[in-house]
Design a protein around this ligand. Structure first.
Ligand code: F0G
Length: 469
Protein backbone atom coordinates (compact mmCIF):
# COMPACT_ATOMS: atom_id res chain seq x y z
CA UNK A 1 0.00 0.00 0.00
CA UNK A 2 1.47 3.36 -0.92
CA UNK A 3 0.15 6.56 0.63
CA UNK A 4 -0.13 9.92 -1.09
CA UNK A 5 0.01 12.10 2.01
CA UNK A 6 3.50 13.41 2.62
CA UNK A 7 3.66 13.96 6.37
CA UNK A 8 6.00 16.05 8.48
CA UNK A 9 8.92 13.66 9.07
CA UNK A 10 9.16 14.55 12.78
CA UNK A 11 7.03 14.77 15.89
CA UNK A 12 6.86 17.82 18.11
CA UNK A 13 8.67 17.70 21.43
CA UNK A 14 8.60 21.32 22.48
CA UNK A 15 6.16 24.09 21.57
CA UNK A 16 6.10 27.87 21.58
CA UNK A 17 2.83 29.81 21.88
CA UNK A 18 1.94 32.38 19.27
CA UNK A 19 -0.02 35.50 20.14
CA UNK A 20 -3.40 36.35 18.62
CA UNK A 21 -4.09 40.05 18.02
CA UNK A 22 -7.07 41.86 16.54
CA UNK A 23 -7.09 44.16 13.53
CA UNK A 24 -6.98 47.49 15.46
CA UNK A 25 -3.97 46.20 17.41
CA UNK A 26 -2.20 45.22 14.20
CA UNK A 27 -3.03 48.53 12.54
CA UNK A 28 -1.55 50.39 15.50
CA UNK A 29 1.54 48.18 15.54
CA UNK A 30 2.12 48.71 11.82
CA UNK A 31 1.66 52.46 12.06
CA UNK A 32 4.17 52.60 14.92
CA UNK A 33 6.55 50.54 12.77
CA UNK A 34 6.50 53.14 9.99
CA UNK A 35 4.56 50.66 7.82
CA UNK A 36 7.68 48.51 7.58
CA UNK A 37 7.15 44.96 8.88
CA UNK A 38 10.88 44.67 9.64
CA UNK A 39 10.25 47.17 12.43
CA UNK A 40 7.43 45.19 14.09
CA UNK A 41 7.89 43.36 17.35
CA UNK A 42 7.88 39.67 16.42
CA UNK A 43 5.43 38.86 19.21
CA UNK A 44 2.82 40.97 17.39
CA UNK A 45 3.07 38.53 14.47
CA UNK A 46 0.92 35.39 14.38
CA UNK A 47 2.63 33.49 11.57
CA UNK A 48 6.04 34.74 10.63
CA UNK A 49 7.03 34.13 7.03
CA UNK A 50 9.46 37.05 6.89
CA UNK A 51 12.32 34.67 6.29
CA UNK A 52 13.44 31.07 6.38
CA UNK A 53 16.79 32.28 7.67
CA UNK A 54 17.73 31.28 11.20
CA UNK A 55 14.08 30.66 12.01
CA UNK A 56 14.05 26.86 11.73
CA UNK A 57 13.44 24.40 14.57
CA UNK A 58 16.51 22.47 15.62
CA UNK A 59 16.26 18.72 16.16
CA UNK A 60 16.72 16.92 19.47
CA UNK A 61 20.07 15.74 18.09
CA UNK A 62 21.12 19.35 17.45
CA UNK A 63 20.06 20.50 20.91
CA UNK A 64 22.03 17.69 22.48
CA UNK A 65 25.02 18.50 20.27
CA UNK A 66 25.02 21.98 21.85
CA UNK A 67 26.10 20.40 25.13
CA UNK A 68 29.16 18.97 23.40
CA UNK A 69 30.31 22.44 22.36
CA UNK A 70 33.96 23.09 23.16
CA UNK A 71 34.34 26.79 23.88
CA UNK A 72 38.14 26.92 23.66
CA UNK A 73 39.30 30.09 21.96
CA UNK A 74 41.76 28.25 19.72
CA UNK A 75 41.72 24.71 18.37
CA UNK A 76 38.25 23.83 19.68
CA UNK A 77 37.13 20.21 19.20
CA UNK A 78 33.83 21.56 17.84
CA UNK A 79 35.69 23.37 15.06
CA UNK A 80 37.35 20.15 13.94
CA UNK A 81 34.01 18.34 13.82
CA UNK A 82 32.51 21.25 11.86
CA UNK A 83 35.51 21.37 9.52
CA UNK A 84 35.34 17.62 8.86
CA UNK A 85 31.60 17.71 8.05
CA UNK A 86 32.01 20.70 5.70
CA UNK A 87 35.08 19.20 4.01
CA UNK A 88 33.32 15.88 3.46
CA UNK A 89 30.29 17.65 2.03
CA UNK A 90 32.02 20.23 -0.16
CA UNK A 91 35.48 18.85 -0.81
CA UNK A 92 36.96 22.34 -0.18
CA UNK A 93 40.30 22.38 1.63
CA UNK A 94 39.87 25.58 3.60
CA UNK A 95 36.84 26.03 5.84
CA UNK A 96 36.50 29.43 7.48
CA UNK A 97 33.61 29.81 9.95
CA UNK A 98 31.75 33.13 10.02
CA UNK A 99 28.87 34.41 12.12
CA UNK A 100 26.55 34.31 9.10
CA UNK A 101 26.52 34.30 5.30
CA UNK A 102 27.05 38.01 4.75
CA UNK A 103 30.26 37.96 6.79
CA UNK A 104 31.59 35.30 4.43
CA UNK A 105 30.57 37.54 1.51
CA UNK A 106 32.23 40.59 2.98
CA UNK A 107 35.49 38.77 3.62
CA UNK A 108 35.51 37.14 0.17
CA UNK A 109 34.70 40.33 -1.73
CA UNK A 110 36.98 42.58 0.29
CA UNK A 111 39.77 40.13 -0.44
CA UNK A 112 39.09 39.56 -4.14
CA UNK A 113 37.50 42.74 -5.57
CA UNK A 114 38.72 46.16 -6.50
CA UNK A 115 36.79 49.20 -7.71
CA UNK A 116 35.53 48.80 -11.27
CA UNK A 117 35.31 44.98 -11.05
CA UNK A 118 32.17 43.07 -11.88
CA UNK A 119 30.75 39.86 -10.37
CA UNK A 120 28.23 37.86 -12.40
CA UNK A 121 25.66 35.60 -10.72
CA UNK A 122 22.24 34.25 -11.65
CA UNK A 123 20.73 36.76 -9.19
CA UNK A 124 22.62 38.31 -6.34
CA UNK A 125 20.81 38.39 -3.02
CA UNK A 126 20.57 41.81 -1.34
CA UNK A 127 23.51 41.36 1.04
CA UNK A 128 25.65 39.87 -1.72
CA UNK A 129 24.90 42.81 -3.99
CA UNK A 130 25.55 45.32 -1.22
CA UNK A 131 28.84 43.70 -0.24
CA UNK A 132 30.01 43.90 -3.87
CA UNK A 133 28.85 47.48 -4.38
CA UNK A 134 30.51 48.66 -1.19
CA UNK A 135 33.85 47.66 -2.80
CA UNK A 136 33.03 49.91 -5.77
CA UNK A 137 32.32 46.87 -7.95
CA UNK A 138 29.25 45.91 -9.97
CA UNK A 139 26.90 43.02 -9.12
CA UNK A 140 25.55 41.67 -12.40
CA UNK A 141 22.44 39.45 -12.65
CA UNK A 142 22.64 37.00 -15.56
CA UNK A 143 19.74 34.65 -14.92
CA UNK A 144 18.18 33.07 -18.04
CA UNK A 145 15.35 35.15 -19.58
CA UNK A 146 12.79 32.53 -18.44
CA UNK A 147 13.87 33.29 -14.86
CA UNK A 148 12.49 36.80 -15.18
CA UNK A 149 8.96 35.82 -16.20
CA UNK A 150 7.00 34.91 -13.06
CA UNK A 151 4.22 32.81 -14.63
CA UNK A 152 6.42 30.87 -17.01
CA UNK A 153 6.97 27.20 -16.22
CA UNK A 154 10.55 25.98 -16.50
CA UNK A 155 12.23 23.33 -14.35
CA UNK A 156 15.41 25.34 -13.70
CA UNK A 157 14.56 29.02 -13.68
CA UNK A 158 17.68 29.71 -11.62
CA UNK A 159 20.01 28.78 -14.50
CA UNK A 160 22.68 31.24 -15.55
CA UNK A 161 22.44 32.65 -19.08
CA UNK A 162 25.54 31.00 -20.56
CA UNK A 163 25.63 33.21 -23.68
CA UNK A 164 25.53 36.37 -21.59
CA UNK A 165 28.20 35.03 -19.25
CA UNK A 166 30.48 34.15 -22.17
CA UNK A 167 30.03 37.61 -23.70
CA UNK A 168 30.83 39.25 -20.38
CA UNK A 169 33.97 37.18 -19.94
CA UNK A 170 35.08 37.97 -23.51
CA UNK A 171 34.36 41.71 -23.28
CA UNK A 172 35.17 42.54 -19.64
CA UNK A 173 37.03 39.44 -18.49
CA UNK A 174 39.90 41.49 -17.04
CA UNK A 175 37.46 42.99 -14.56
CA UNK A 176 35.74 39.76 -13.50
CA UNK A 177 37.68 38.27 -10.58
CA UNK A 178 35.18 35.46 -9.94
CA UNK A 179 31.95 33.95 -11.26
CA UNK A 180 29.09 33.04 -8.92
CA UNK A 181 25.86 31.03 -8.94
CA UNK A 182 23.27 31.10 -6.16
CA UNK A 183 21.62 27.77 -5.31
CA UNK A 184 18.70 28.00 -5.10
CA UNK A 185 18.21 31.41 -6.67
CA UNK A 186 16.55 33.28 -3.82
CA UNK A 187 15.99 36.67 -5.48
CA UNK A 188 14.63 34.92 -8.57
CA UNK A 189 12.00 32.95 -6.64
CA UNK A 190 13.89 30.15 -4.85
CA UNK A 191 14.39 28.52 -8.23
CA UNK A 192 16.95 25.76 -8.76
CA UNK A 193 19.97 25.61 -11.04
CA UNK A 194 20.40 22.40 -13.04
CA UNK A 195 23.50 20.26 -12.78
CA UNK A 196 24.15 20.76 -16.49
CA UNK A 197 24.05 24.53 -16.07
CA UNK A 198 26.40 24.41 -13.07
CA UNK A 199 28.80 22.25 -15.09
CA UNK A 200 28.66 24.69 -18.03
CA UNK A 201 29.17 27.77 -15.79
CA UNK A 202 32.15 26.08 -14.14
CA UNK A 203 33.61 25.16 -17.55
CA UNK A 204 33.18 28.70 -18.87
CA UNK A 205 34.68 30.29 -15.76
CA UNK A 206 37.64 27.92 -15.86
CA UNK A 207 38.16 28.42 -19.59
CA UNK A 208 38.66 32.12 -18.84
CA UNK A 209 40.82 31.33 -15.81
CA UNK A 210 38.24 32.53 -13.26
CA UNK A 211 37.32 30.85 -10.00
CA UNK A 212 33.71 29.72 -9.65
CA UNK A 213 31.99 30.23 -6.30
CA UNK A 214 28.60 28.97 -5.16
CA UNK A 215 26.35 31.00 -2.90
CA UNK A 216 25.29 27.71 -1.36
CA UNK A 217 22.72 28.81 1.28
CA UNK A 218 20.05 26.40 -0.02
CA UNK A 219 22.25 23.76 -1.63
CA UNK A 220 20.23 20.81 -0.25
CA UNK A 221 16.93 22.10 -1.67
CA UNK A 222 18.69 22.66 -5.00
CA UNK A 223 20.11 19.12 -4.89
CA UNK A 224 16.64 17.68 -4.33
CA UNK A 225 15.19 19.68 -7.22
CA UNK A 226 17.96 18.23 -9.41
CA UNK A 227 17.01 14.74 -8.26
CA UNK A 228 13.34 15.37 -9.09
CA UNK A 229 13.74 17.29 -12.34
CA UNK A 230 17.10 16.67 -13.99
CA UNK A 231 16.86 13.69 -16.34
CA UNK A 232 19.18 10.88 -15.25
CA UNK A 233 19.55 12.14 -11.66
CA UNK A 234 16.55 10.45 -10.03
CA UNK A 235 18.52 7.43 -8.79
CA UNK A 236 21.15 9.49 -6.97
CA UNK A 237 20.87 10.58 -3.35
CA UNK A 238 20.67 14.30 -2.53
CA UNK A 239 24.07 13.91 -0.86
CA UNK A 240 25.68 12.54 -4.02
CA UNK A 241 24.20 15.38 -6.06
CA UNK A 242 25.32 17.97 -3.50
CA UNK A 243 28.83 16.52 -3.61
CA UNK A 244 28.94 17.00 -7.35
CA UNK A 245 27.56 20.56 -7.15
CA UNK A 246 30.28 21.60 -4.71
CA UNK A 247 33.03 19.78 -6.56
CA UNK A 248 32.31 21.80 -9.70
CA UNK A 249 33.15 24.97 -7.79
CA UNK A 250 36.36 26.43 -6.37
CA UNK A 251 34.73 27.74 -3.24
CA UNK A 252 31.48 28.85 -1.66
CA UNK A 253 29.84 31.25 0.72
CA UNK A 254 27.27 29.73 3.03
CA UNK A 255 24.68 30.88 5.52
CA UNK A 256 24.05 28.04 7.99
CA UNK A 257 20.76 29.77 8.89
CA UNK A 258 19.16 28.16 5.85
CA UNK A 259 20.27 24.65 4.86
CA UNK A 260 22.56 24.41 7.89
CA UNK A 261 19.33 24.04 9.93
CA UNK A 262 20.89 26.30 12.56
CA UNK A 263 19.77 29.59 14.08
CA UNK A 264 23.06 31.35 13.37
CA UNK A 265 26.31 30.75 11.53
CA UNK A 266 27.94 30.44 8.16
CA UNK A 267 31.21 29.77 6.45
CA UNK A 268 33.48 30.62 3.58
CA UNK A 269 35.24 27.69 1.95
CA UNK A 270 37.73 27.40 -0.90
CA UNK A 271 40.63 25.46 -2.32
CA UNK A 272 43.14 28.22 -3.04
CA UNK A 273 45.76 28.52 -0.28
CA UNK A 274 46.66 32.14 -1.02
CA UNK A 275 43.11 33.54 -0.95
CA UNK A 276 42.34 31.48 2.12
CA UNK A 277 45.26 33.00 3.96
CA UNK A 278 44.17 36.53 3.06
CA UNK A 279 40.58 35.75 4.04
CA UNK A 280 41.66 34.33 7.40
CA UNK A 281 43.69 37.47 8.13
CA UNK A 282 40.62 39.59 7.54
CA UNK A 283 38.51 37.15 9.57
CA UNK A 284 40.71 37.66 12.61
CA UNK A 285 40.25 41.41 12.29
CA UNK A 286 36.45 41.38 12.25
CA UNK A 287 35.00 37.95 13.12
CA UNK A 288 37.41 36.11 15.37
CA UNK A 289 40.09 33.44 15.48
CA UNK A 290 39.90 31.01 12.52
CA UNK A 291 38.66 28.10 14.63
CA UNK A 292 35.52 29.91 15.77
CA UNK A 293 34.98 32.84 13.37
CA UNK A 294 32.41 34.71 15.46
CA UNK A 295 30.54 31.59 16.59
CA UNK A 296 30.32 29.75 19.86
CA UNK A 297 31.63 26.18 19.92
CA UNK A 298 28.08 24.98 20.41
CA UNK A 299 26.96 26.79 17.24
CA UNK A 300 29.60 24.86 15.29
CA UNK A 301 28.21 21.62 16.74
CA UNK A 302 24.62 22.53 15.80
CA UNK A 303 25.65 23.37 12.22
CA UNK A 304 27.69 20.18 11.83
CA UNK A 305 24.66 18.14 12.92
CA UNK A 306 22.28 20.22 10.77
CA UNK A 307 24.36 19.69 7.65
CA UNK A 308 23.95 15.93 8.12
CA UNK A 309 20.17 16.12 8.69
CA UNK A 310 19.36 18.51 5.85
CA UNK A 311 20.26 15.96 3.19
CA UNK A 312 17.92 13.29 4.54
CA UNK A 313 15.48 12.44 1.81
CA UNK A 314 12.25 12.32 3.90
CA UNK A 315 13.06 15.82 5.13
CA UNK A 316 13.70 17.22 1.65
CA UNK A 317 10.61 15.52 0.20
CA UNK A 318 8.45 17.08 2.93
CA UNK A 319 10.20 20.43 2.64
CA UNK A 320 9.66 20.91 -1.06
CA UNK A 321 6.18 19.44 -0.99
CA UNK A 322 4.96 21.69 1.81
CA UNK A 323 6.09 24.77 -0.10
CA UNK A 324 4.46 23.46 -3.27
CA UNK A 325 1.24 22.79 -1.31
CA UNK A 326 0.91 26.48 -0.43
CA UNK A 327 1.72 27.45 -4.03
CA UNK A 328 -0.95 25.14 -5.39
CA UNK A 329 -3.61 26.60 -3.10
CA UNK A 330 -2.83 30.16 -4.15
CA UNK A 331 -2.50 29.39 -7.85
CA UNK A 332 -5.76 27.41 -7.86
CA UNK A 333 -7.53 30.54 -6.60
CA UNK A 334 -5.97 32.67 -9.33
CA UNK A 335 -3.30 34.44 -7.24
CA UNK A 336 -0.32 35.10 -9.54
CA UNK A 337 2.80 33.45 -8.13
CA UNK A 338 6.22 32.60 -9.47
CA UNK A 339 5.79 29.24 -11.12
CA UNK A 340 6.76 26.60 -10.39
CA UNK A 341 6.95 27.03 -6.59
CA UNK A 342 10.47 27.49 -5.24
CA UNK A 343 12.12 25.48 -2.49
CA UNK A 344 11.87 27.70 0.55
CA UNK A 345 9.14 30.17 -0.32
CA UNK A 346 6.19 31.16 -2.42
CA UNK A 347 6.59 34.44 -4.24
CA UNK A 348 3.43 36.35 -5.07
CA UNK A 349 3.70 38.55 -8.16
CA UNK A 350 2.54 41.77 -6.50
CA UNK A 351 2.93 43.78 -9.71
CA UNK A 352 0.42 41.49 -11.43
CA UNK A 353 -1.93 41.28 -8.45
CA UNK A 354 -1.96 45.07 -7.88
CA UNK A 355 -1.76 46.48 -11.42
CA UNK A 356 -3.22 49.78 -10.18
CA UNK A 357 -0.18 50.43 -7.93
CA UNK A 358 2.86 51.49 -10.02
CA UNK A 359 6.27 50.00 -9.06
CA UNK A 360 7.52 53.27 -7.58
CA UNK A 361 4.53 53.22 -5.22
CA UNK A 362 5.65 49.80 -4.05
CA UNK A 363 2.90 47.25 -4.72
CA UNK A 364 4.90 44.69 -2.72
CA UNK A 365 4.77 46.83 0.41
CA UNK A 366 1.03 47.37 -0.08
CA UNK A 367 0.47 43.62 -0.18
CA UNK A 368 2.82 42.80 2.71
CA UNK A 369 1.09 45.36 4.91
CA UNK A 370 -2.39 44.17 3.96
CA UNK A 371 -1.48 40.57 4.82
CA UNK A 372 -0.26 41.67 8.21
CA UNK A 373 -3.28 43.82 9.08
CA UNK A 374 -5.74 41.26 7.72
CA UNK A 375 -4.32 38.13 9.30
CA UNK A 376 -1.17 38.76 11.36
CA UNK A 377 0.94 37.03 8.70
CA UNK A 378 4.34 38.63 8.11
CA UNK A 379 5.87 38.35 4.65
CA UNK A 380 8.54 40.40 2.88
CA UNK A 381 8.79 42.58 -0.20
CA UNK A 382 11.41 41.49 -2.73
CA UNK A 383 11.08 44.21 -5.30
CA UNK A 384 11.54 47.90 -5.88
CA UNK A 385 12.15 48.85 -2.26
CA UNK A 386 14.78 46.13 -1.91
CA UNK A 387 16.47 46.54 -5.28
CA UNK A 388 15.24 49.79 -6.85
CA UNK A 389 17.83 52.21 -5.45
CA UNK A 390 20.90 52.54 -7.71
CA UNK A 391 24.35 53.30 -6.26
CA UNK A 392 24.08 56.84 -7.75
CA UNK A 393 20.95 57.51 -5.65
CA UNK A 394 18.43 57.27 -8.51
CA UNK A 395 15.45 54.96 -8.24
CA UNK A 396 14.07 52.59 -10.87
CA UNK A 397 11.54 49.77 -10.81
CA UNK A 398 13.12 46.41 -9.93
CA UNK A 399 12.82 43.59 -12.49
CA UNK A 400 9.89 42.19 -10.47
CA UNK A 401 7.79 43.26 -7.52
CA UNK A 402 7.39 40.14 -5.44
CA UNK A 403 6.06 39.32 -2.00
CA UNK A 404 7.81 36.36 -0.48
CA UNK A 405 6.15 33.96 1.92
CA UNK A 406 9.24 32.20 3.25
CA UNK A 407 8.65 29.00 5.16
CA UNK A 408 10.80 28.39 8.23
CA UNK A 409 12.17 24.85 8.38
CA UNK A 410 10.28 22.30 10.54
CA UNK A 411 8.28 25.05 12.31
CA UNK A 412 4.74 25.31 10.95
CA UNK A 413 2.24 22.53 10.34
CA UNK A 414 -0.19 22.05 7.49
CA UNK A 415 -2.98 23.90 9.32
CA UNK A 416 -0.75 26.96 9.73
CA UNK A 417 -0.16 26.86 6.00
CA UNK A 418 -3.89 26.46 5.33
CA UNK A 419 -4.47 29.59 7.42
CA UNK A 420 -1.83 31.48 5.41
CA UNK A 421 -3.51 30.47 2.14
CA UNK A 422 -6.88 31.63 3.49
CA UNK A 423 -5.33 34.98 4.50
CA UNK A 424 -3.81 35.58 1.06
CA UNK A 425 -7.10 34.78 -0.63
CA UNK A 426 -8.96 37.18 1.65
CA UNK A 427 -6.54 40.00 0.78
CA UNK A 428 -6.62 39.13 -2.92
CA UNK A 429 -10.42 39.39 -2.99
CA UNK A 430 -10.23 43.01 -1.90
CA UNK A 431 -7.06 43.99 -3.69
CA UNK A 432 -8.49 46.96 -5.66
CA UNK A 433 -8.77 48.91 -2.46
CA UNK A 434 -5.09 48.64 -1.57
CA UNK A 435 -3.07 51.82 -2.04
CA UNK A 436 0.61 52.36 -2.65
CA UNK A 437 3.14 53.90 -0.29
CA UNK A 438 5.83 56.53 -0.35
CA UNK A 439 9.13 56.41 1.52
CA UNK A 440 9.45 58.95 4.33
CA UNK A 441 13.03 58.11 5.33
CA UNK A 442 15.54 55.50 4.19
CA UNK A 443 19.21 54.54 4.40
CA UNK A 444 21.37 54.58 1.25
CA UNK A 445 22.22 50.87 1.42
CA UNK A 446 19.86 48.00 2.24
CA UNK A 447 17.12 50.57 2.76
CA UNK A 448 14.33 47.99 3.02
CA UNK A 449 15.35 46.98 6.54
CA UNK A 450 14.82 50.34 8.17
CA UNK A 451 12.85 52.59 5.78
CA UNK A 452 9.72 54.33 7.04
CA UNK A 453 6.71 54.55 4.77
CA UNK A 454 3.46 56.46 4.56
CA UNK A 455 0.32 55.21 2.79
CA UNK A 456 -0.57 57.33 -0.22
CA UNK A 457 -3.83 59.18 -0.02
CA UNK A 458 -6.66 57.86 -2.13
CA UNK A 459 -6.40 59.12 -5.70
CA UNK A 460 -9.82 60.28 -6.96
CA UNK A 461 -9.07 58.77 -10.38
CA UNK A 462 -8.41 55.42 -8.80
CA UNK A 463 -11.41 55.83 -6.54
CA UNK A 464 -13.83 55.18 -9.33
CA UNK A 465 -15.71 51.94 -8.67
CA UNK A 466 -13.12 49.19 -9.04
CA UNK A 467 -13.30 46.89 -12.02
CA UNK A 468 -11.64 43.55 -12.46
CA UNK A 469 -12.08 41.46 -15.54
N1 F0G B 1 22.80 34.59 0.03
C1 F0G B 1 21.50 34.27 -0.10
C2 F0G B 1 21.03 33.61 -1.36
C3 F0G B 1 20.61 34.53 0.94
O1 F0G B 1 19.33 34.20 0.79
C4 F0G B 1 21.10 35.15 2.12
C5 F0G B 1 20.21 35.49 3.20
C6 F0G B 1 22.46 35.45 2.22
C7 F0G B 1 23.29 35.15 1.15
C8 F0G B 1 23.05 36.08 3.45
O2 F0G B 1 23.08 35.20 4.52
O3 F0G B 1 21.56 36.20 6.25
O4 F0G B 1 23.29 34.53 6.88
O5 F0G B 1 23.95 36.80 6.24
N2 F0G B 1 18.97 35.49 3.08
C9 F0G B 1 18.01 35.74 4.11
C10 F0G B 1 16.64 35.75 3.49
C11 F0G B 1 18.28 36.90 4.98
O6 F0G B 1 15.70 36.18 4.17
O7 F0G B 1 16.47 35.28 2.36
P1 F0G B 1 22.96 35.71 6.05
Amino acid sequence: MSFHTIIEPFRIKSVESIKFTDRPEREAALRAAGYNVFRLRAEDVLIDLLTDSGTGAMSAAQWSALMLGDESYAGSRSFYRFERVVQELTGFRHVIPTHQGRAAERILFHTMLKAGDCVPNNNHFDTTRANIEVEGAEALDLVIPEGRVPALLHPFKGNVDLGALERLLEERGDHVPLVMATVTNNSGGGQPVSLGNLRAVADLAHRFGKPFFLDACRFAENAYFIKKRDPGQEQRTPREIAHEMFRLADGCTFSAKKDGLANIGGFLAMNDDGWAERCRNLLILTEGFPTYGGLAGYDLEAIAQGLEEVLEEPYLRYRLRSTEYLGEKLAAAGVPIIQPPGGHAIYIDARALLPHVPPLQYPGIALVNALYTEAGVRSVEIGTVMFGLRPDGSETAAAMDLVRLAIPRRVYTQSHIDYVAESVLAVARDVENLRGYRIVSAARTLRHFTARFEPLAADPAVDAPPRRD
